[in-house]
Design a protein around this ligand. Structure first.
Ligand SMILES: Nc1ncnc2c1ncn2[C@@H]1O[C@H](COP(=O)(O)OP(=O)(O)O)[C@@H](O)[C@H]1O
Ligand SMILES: [Mg+2]
Length: 166
């Protein structure tokens, strides 16, 4: 990247590789430390890809008290108070963006003081803020996972640059 280039503006999405659940959690923890509030993180990828493992790390990075972090599949949302309020949502049981909008799940999403991580975000993408971070998880061989990250806003792109250590 040369001087004057806007980080990430014309780049392919960032792609990271993790080789264990612990590495995925550690990535979440690092992002958690970087969050300033207002972020919406859209997590996509199949069952068992590591979305919840990542959120477990986010909670740690935000200083949320240690405790169970599991997919909120049936309750749709859990909140973990930390340096910011971590909202952990799961859209798996929702029929789509309309149902999401008809619920109160979207209220305050992207607002200050909280950060939201949404599992199965592709199901409700139309109801999520355009500036969200997108993390697309894919299962490679064994315990390897690829995670493609992109951002729909300049603060989000800066966050990804920081996460990538650039
Ligand atoms: N690199 C990895 N990152 C995250 N999870 C992994 C990895 N390798 C193996 N796993 C396993 O895959 C599963 C991921 O589960 P989970 O985080 O609940 O996925 P999801 O929320 O995407 O359904 C766990 O059983 C975990 O131990
Ligand atoms: Mg999950």
């Amino acid at each position: 990247m040369g001087p004057g280039d806007v980080p990430g503006s014309s780049k392919a999405p960032l792609e990271l590789l993790t080789r264990s659940p612990a590495e995925t959690e550690a990535l979440g923890e690092r992002l958690g430390r970087l969050l300033a509030g207002g972020e919406v993180i859209a997590l996509t990828g199949p069952l068992g890809a590591g979305k919840t493992a990542f959120v477990r790390g986010l909670a740690r990075g935000l200083g949320c008290p240690p405790g169970e972090v599991a997919s909120p599949t049936y309750v749709l949302e859990r909140v973990y108070p930390g340096r910011l309020l971590l909202r952990h949502l799961d859209a798996y049981r929702l029929s789509g963006a309309e149902e999401f909008e008809a619920s109160d799940l979207g209220a305050g999403l992207g607002g200050p003081g909280s950060a939201a991580a949404v599992e199965w975000a592709d199901r409700v993408a139309g109801a999520l803020p355009a500036g969200r971070l997108v993390m697309d998880f894919a299962v490679l061989d064994g315990t390897a996972r690829s995670i493609r990250l992109s951002a729909g806003s300049e603060p989000g792109r800066r966050l990804l640059e920081a996460l990538a250590g650039r």
